[in-house]
Design a protein around this ligand. Structure first.
Ligand code: ZN
Length: 292
């Protein structure tokens, strides 16, 4: 979590500036008693496709707008005096700098993502018109669900990985299917032989539990406040739409359904409409629970 509030964090900033300005050996109490004028704004860097969580103790902080995307402030999960803004930066956001209300800066920088060549069955890569229609419908349905998220917070603790396994494909790599650039990888793939148990990353409501053309057997959980987790290519679903699941509940068995080149679990996290690096998101969100 990154804190941009003016107090008491300003003292930390001054402390750092003091160290920089006077050198560690001469820094004692002088810089605290006579702080240098702080003109350097705090700068928070975040890669496209990743998450940064800001916090403030301001009473009515203004929503943050980065590249046409607006992020509102929500209660901190453990500290009642603070609000947080979960900035989920879409993958296609260009490098940019945004000035916040208090003068601090959010810099979006380019993530260092790789390209990945994938061979897959041609009818899944170039779907016939009927399948394309199905893909479009399924995408539309999902987008509707993502924009009608639960306003109530259902995530009530740290987020967990859906299984303990080897990561076979990280988030963000460009996907080149049969030599044609289709998209970027919008989640993290876990190695999983067919039938491996998949567990809910956090408390949430089941909003999708069905077979889909590209994602195959799919479970999507709505954790509230615009946060969703998704579990794709499953062989068997253990939950139904509308059901509330607790963190760690068995929700599906992994498989090789949908557009895949082999069995695995595709695990995704979407925050306010943006697919972000799930493992990075989990690290950022869980840090909120480390504070006393
Ligand atoms: Zn995947």
């Amino acid at each position: 979590m990154k804190n941009f509030s003016l107090t008491p964090l300003i003292f930390q900033k001054l402390l750092i500036l003091g160290i920089l300005a006077f050198g560690i050996q001469t820094f004692a109490q002088d810089s605290l008693q006579n702080p240098v004028q702080d003109s350097t704004p705090a700068t928070f860097q975040v890669e496209n496709g990743k998450t940064i969580i800001l916090s403030t103790n301001a009473k009515n902080p203004k929503p943050i707008k980065i590249h046409q995307k607006t992020y509102s402030w929500i209660p901190h999960p453990t500290d009642k005096s603070q609000k947080i803004a979960i900035l989920s930066i879409p993958y296609r956001t260009p490098a940019s700098t945004t000035t916040l209300e208090d003068g601090s800066l959010v810099q979006v920088i380019a993530g260092n993502y790789t390209k990945e060549q994938i061979q897959a069955s041609p009818n899944k890569v170039k779907p016939n018109p009927k399948n394309q229609e199905r893909i479009n419908q399924e995408r539309e349905e999902a987008n509707k669900i993502y924009s009608n998220y639960s306003q109530t917070r259902l995530w009530d603790s740290t987020f967990a990985y859906p299984m303990q396994s080897v990561i076979t494909s990280p988030f963000g790599s460009a996907r080149v299917f049969n030599n044609e650039l289709k998209s970027y990888h919008s989640g993290t793939d876990f190695r999983a032989k067919i039938g491996t148990e998949i567990y809910a990353s956090n408390r949430g409501k089941v909003v999708i539990a069905k077979n889909r053309f590209l994602a195959g057997g799919s479970v999507v959980l709505d954790h509230g406040e615009g946060i969703f987790s998704m579990y794709y290519h499953c062989s068997e679903l253990k939950v139904q739409v509308g059901q509330i699941v607790e963190k760690g509940d068995l929700i599906a068995l992994s498989g090789a359904t949908g557009r895949v080149s082999g069995p695995h679990l595709h695990f995704g996290i979407l925050v306010r409409g943006a697919q972000v690096d799930p493992l990075d998101f989990i690290a950022q969100a869980n840090a909120l629970f480390n504070n006393p």
